[in-house]
Design a protein around this ligand. Structure first.
Ligand code: NAI
Ligand code: AKB
Length: 343
């Protein structure tokens, strides 16, 4: 099977690898769509993300969906021909976190495209059946692949307890921020303010229904939020830019008693933060890491037409064009690229 392998930064090789055999509890999936995530681009450019270093050739891609072509002997839940979205992180199922229900915090998780685990830029993936979610008619495999970043948005909104009538500020209009916006609307937020520092991203957010889109670099964000909320501040901020300065700004624009959810991975591990602001205003400042139990929700929201994810895809390429696709995805103005396969 054709597989795009990152052999060193900025260099993919298309290899012919043996097709995997499904284990008894797995399904073999012919991959149809794989999103290019910011983390894939980061590994492509730098060969590492923090402590995760690409020491051996790695298959990238963790936002994937496809069609079941074979089922393991113990699998009773799936049939050949089912279209499925693959949840890319499979936990150990035995540790305290797994037993507590926080399987996304499992330290033994096997997460696609995170060294040393291969991802989905390949023709076939064999994956545990219970992490392969059937897509109903009407939900495309492109949407199935985008259940992954949508899940990040759903989990962040659950962490922030976003609810009916809330005003939510989303910092960063990349794919994650835009899908946080979708998840916040689905959770009942009536007002969504989006910030970015790139005009094209702000325009894109406006076109996708942001009530207010503000340039965070222009220096008047707090005033803009004050004006929009009559001085109250927003109920929830979801920080999805990863910009260090945006962490303090998030604390500045949330209302007293409100919640700040940190999703963006700040490039500097320590960021300045006025702790008195947090105490005096009794803020909840929470981390949000990946997701748990979100795929069924994401698929329901897509089936009901409550969220739009395909609208963030700006280009599609084939596996043979993976190098070009990654070069294109490196453009800061581009939101999302997809690799499509037709094996
Ligand atoms: N916690 C988690 O589980 C996950 C975290 N992430 C992180 O979430 C962040 C967002 O991911 P993507 O949307 O893929 O990244 P992205 O880089 O495509 O989007 C970030 C956006 O923030 C904008 N930005 C930069 N500085 C800003 C500022 N000061 N204020 C407002 N916006 C600003 C950029 O122009 C860009 O549009 C990244 O840091 C990523 O590593 C991504 C997936 C999962
Ligand atoms: C941080 C990322 O972008 C990636 N989706 C991951 O969950 O590791």
């Amino acid at each position: 099977m054709r597989t795009a392998v990152l052999v060193e930064p900025h260099q993919f090789e298309l290899e012919d690898r043996p097709r995997p055999m499904p284990a008894p509890d797995e399904v073999l999936v012919a991959v149809r769509d794989v999103g290019i995530c910011g983390s894939d681009v980061h590994y492509y450019e730098h060969g590492r993300i923090g402590d995760y270093v690409v020491e051996n050739p790695l298959v990238l891609g963790h936002e994937s969906a496809g069609e079941v072509v074979e089922v393991g002997e113990d699998v009773t839940t799936h049939e050949v021909g089912d279209r499925v979205a693959l949840e890319p992180g499979v936990p150990c199922r035995r540790c305290a976190h797994c037993k507590h229900g926080d399987y996304h915090l499992c330290e033994e998780v096997r997460f696609m495209a995170t060294p040393p685990h291969d991802g989905a830029f390949t023709e076939y993936v064999s994956w545990p059946a219970d992490y392969a979610y059937e897509l109903p008619d009407g939900v495309s495999t492109t949407e199935g692949a985008l259940c992954e970043p949508l899940s990040v948005g759903i989990h962040a909104c659950r962490r922030g307890d976003v609810g009916t009538g809330d005003t939510v500020l989303v910092a960063g209009a990349g794919p994650i921020g835009l899908l946080v916006m979708e998840a916040a609307r689905a959770a009942g937020a009536t007002d969504v303010i989006v910030t970015d520092v790139v005009d094209e991203k702000l325009d894109f957010a406006r076109k996708r229904g942001a009530d207010l889109a503000v340039d965070a670099a222009a220096g008047d964000l707090e005033a803009a939020v004050d004006e929009y909320t009559d001085g109250a501040g927003v109920d929830v901020v979801v920080e999805a830019s990863g910009a260090a300065s945006s962490v303090q700004t998030s604390v500045d624009v949330v209302r007293r008693g409100g919640t700040v959810v940190l999703v963006g991975l700040a490039s500097e591990a320590t960021v300045p933060l006025d702790v008195l602001d947090i105490i005096d205003n009794e803020l909840d400042v929470l981390g949000s890491f990946r997701y748990k139990n979100t795929y069924p929700t994401a698929i329901d929201l897509l089936a009901e037409g409550v969220v739009d994810v395909e609208g963030i895809v700006e280009f599609e390429s084939t596996l043979d064009e993976v190098d070009d696709a990654f070069r294109r995805a490196m453009d800061p103005d581009v939101i999302k690229g997809m690799i499509t396969l037709d094996s």
